[in-house]
Design a protein around this ligand. Sequence first.
Ligand SMILES: Nc1ncnc2c1ncn2[C@@H]1O[C@H](COP(=O)(O)OP(=O)(O)O)[C@@H](O)[C@H]1O
Ligand SMILES: [Mg+2]
Length: 238
Amino acid sequence: MIKVKQISKSFKDTKVLHDISFEIKRGDFIAVMGASGSGKSTLLYSVSGMDSLSSGKVLFEGINISAMQEDELSGFRLSKMGFVFQNAQMLKNLSVFDNIILPGLVAKKESADGIRKRASELMKRMEIEGIEERDIREVSGGQLQRSSICRAMINNPEILFLDEPTGALNSGATDQVLTILEDLNRDGMTIMTVTHDPRVAVKARRVLYIRDGQIAACKEFSLGADRERELDEWLKGF
Ligand SMILES: Nc1ncnc2c1ncn2[C@@H]1O[C@H](COP(=O)(O)OP(=O)(O)O)[C@@H](O)[C@H]1O
Ligand SMILES: [Mg+2]
């Protein structure tokens, strides 16, 4: 689905990503781990076209998105990709529901009624019905993060990109988000998430370990493995 070909990214004189190549297959669930400052977020933003590359390219179903102009690319992102960040980036003067439907109204892939219906279904699925009309400051961190997953899903994207989605959550709220991600992936959603939390990474199909802007190693869990132990052993190697 996505082919990342020898991408590099520099900020001024500092090279943050070095010639990274990998593929994301449809239905994949990739977790990107690595120390703070190793380039995980930069990789996520580079692959998703949120950030420009210094060299290399990203092919999305054969389309070179790295060569797109910003307005074309932002339309492409809006309709094909969903984004979730550590701190749900919601607009403060809109209700939870209006925040969720906003990217749908902007993309216009569906009628406004269709978008509202879809938002309600998503909220039900994420078990946050009842908070539609609340101000985003009146809901818990976990509810807010589940709302931002609804928002990311509103245009029925082909891939979800998440940057430390549980980084600001307590353990109960983390579990709820993990259940949602597992569920979405089981239903076919392709997921790429950055995380430093092994609890998130064990849910993935593959884990990329980034060190100094390079893929130091890639792990695929064996079938029926004790994932927690396998990951723990693997991470000890870094
Ligand atoms: N917009 C930016 N301008 C300059 N340097 C940046 C920018 N974004 C990230 N960096 C630098 O790139 C490196 C990797 O950052 P980042 O991808 O955020 O790491 P991680 O997500 O793994 O913690 C860091 O040294 C960071 O300071
Ligand atoms: Mg980061």
